[in-house]
Design a protein around this ligand. Structure first.
Ligand SMILES: [Zn+2]
Length: 401
């Protein structure tokens, strides 16, 4: 009971040095089952003999389960180590131990999990992988999808990419895989299957062709929307380009103080105007006085956010006005952005018409980036995906009872 073991017979309990070792065996009904599929199979051999599984600590004392680990012959999986009721296949930890690890990985700091559970962060990564894989297999996360967002983001300084799929209705992450090309998106569409592809009503993504083409081909009924998040991101990038330019000019001209202030202004300019603190407002007022082009760029980028805050009809009027303004603003990055937005206009308008909330998309994106940072130290991108699915896919197991 203390160790949370069920469907097993306890044979012996002994204390070895600082640890408690409990000898167990599966109940007769649980014996000789394939470790992969759980079917009853004939016994093959004794495998590598006795094996230990780390269980939840008893107070501060380490606890282990010990049992035979015979191998069985499964028609489908050949020779495999027999399943045990207290642990997942191929794991050296009990189910309760792994569930608790995952719960902590999702809900607490990296340091807390590793120190409390007395395992390395890498091990936490492989535990997350195992548990997420099991949870994904048990549920159908792709059932009933109607409105999804497909996005990619880099998880290692602009080198490696993940493609993620978010359900717009529940806000949950439903699928993720390494890569960001058309093939990766097609893997998702394959998994979804023809019928469910046809049921997709709306697919939102960035402005890249790779996703758009695959979706256009495979999802005949889906309207393609451009994620508001990416539109705003482009405006932020254009603004930043101008800030950097102005900063470089100031630096070259020897205006040390001005250059320093501009560098510090970065976050003020990036931030949503509705969320500025009083000090940030003052900083902005200062930019308005001393740096006209930068302030103009700021206003243009903020104005673009407005189109996602008003009704559809108003948004169309605002977008027209915005485009006219941006085209004539004599700030090269925004002139270029106006061109991009004109080209992508149908997708941008569709997002507004169908009420894609940018707040939610941005939130998932921010969370993914935080998880990516936490996953640093994991061995594989699969472990990162697992942690993301546990956290944002609603797959995290409850704490063991
Ligand atoms: Zn099997």
């Amino acid at each position: 009971m203390l160790l949370g073991i069920e469907r097993a017979v306890i044979e012996d309990v002994r204390v070895e040095l600082e640890t408690i070792v409990v000898s167990v065996r599966p109940k007769a009904r649980e014996k000789h089952r394939c470790g992969v599929c759980g079917r009853r199979c004939p016994r093959e051999d004794c495998g590598e003999g006795r094996r230990r599984w780390r269980a939840l600590d008893l107070g501060t004392t380490f606890a282990y389960l010990e049992a035979d680990a015979p191998r069985v012959y499964c028609k489908h999986h050949r020779v495999v180590v027999a399943a045990v009721p207290w642990a997942r296949h191929d794991s050296r930890f009990t189910i309760a131990f792994e569930d608790q690890c995952c719960w902590l990985a999702v809900n607490t700091s990296k340091k807390a999990v590793a120190e409390l559970m007395r395992v390395t962060w890498r091990t936490v990564g492989s535990i997350c992988e195992r548990v997420a894989e099991e949870q994904v297999a048990q549920r159908d996360l792709l059932a009933g999808l109607k409105r999804v967002g497909i996005d990619d983001f880099s998880h290692r300084k602009g080198q490696r990419y993940l493609t993620v799929v978010v359900d717009h209705d529940s806000g949950r992450l439903v699928w993720a895989a390494p890569g960001r090309d058309r093939k990766t998106v097609e893997k998702f569409l394959d998994l979804l299957g023809k019928e469910r592809c046809a049921q997709l009503e709306l697919v939102s993504c960035d402005m890249a062709e790779s996703i758009a083409l695959a979706v256009a081909e495979r999802c005949p009924n889906a309207i393609r929307c451009v994620d508001p998040f990416h539109v705003i991101q482009l405006a932020t990038d254009a603004l930043d380009e101008i800030r950097r330019e102005v900063w470089n000019q100031a630096r070259r001209a020897g205006h040390k103080q001005a250059a320093k202030e501009l560098k510090g202004a970065r976050f003020v300019l990036w931030k949503n105007a509705h969320r500025l603190t009083e000090r940030q407002h003052r900083k902005l007022a200062q930019i308005q006085q001393t740096n006209k082009p930068l302030y103009r760029a700021y206003l243009i980028s903020q104005q673009l956010r407005e189109i996602y805050r008003v009704s559809f009809d108003e948004a169309i009027l605002l977008l027209d006005a915005w485009l006219a303004w941006a085209r004539r603003c004599r700030l090269a990055p925004f002139v270029k952005l106006a061109k991009t937005i004109t080209k992508q206009r149908p997708g941008i308008e569709a997002a507004i018409r169908h009420g894609l909330s940018n707040a939610r998309i941005e939130q998932v994106n921010t969370q993914l980036r935080l998880i990516t940072r936490r996953a640093y130290g994991f061995r594989t991108p699969q472990a990162l995906i697992a942690l993301a699915m546990l956290t944002l896919g609603g797959l995290c197991p409850p704490l063991p009872e």
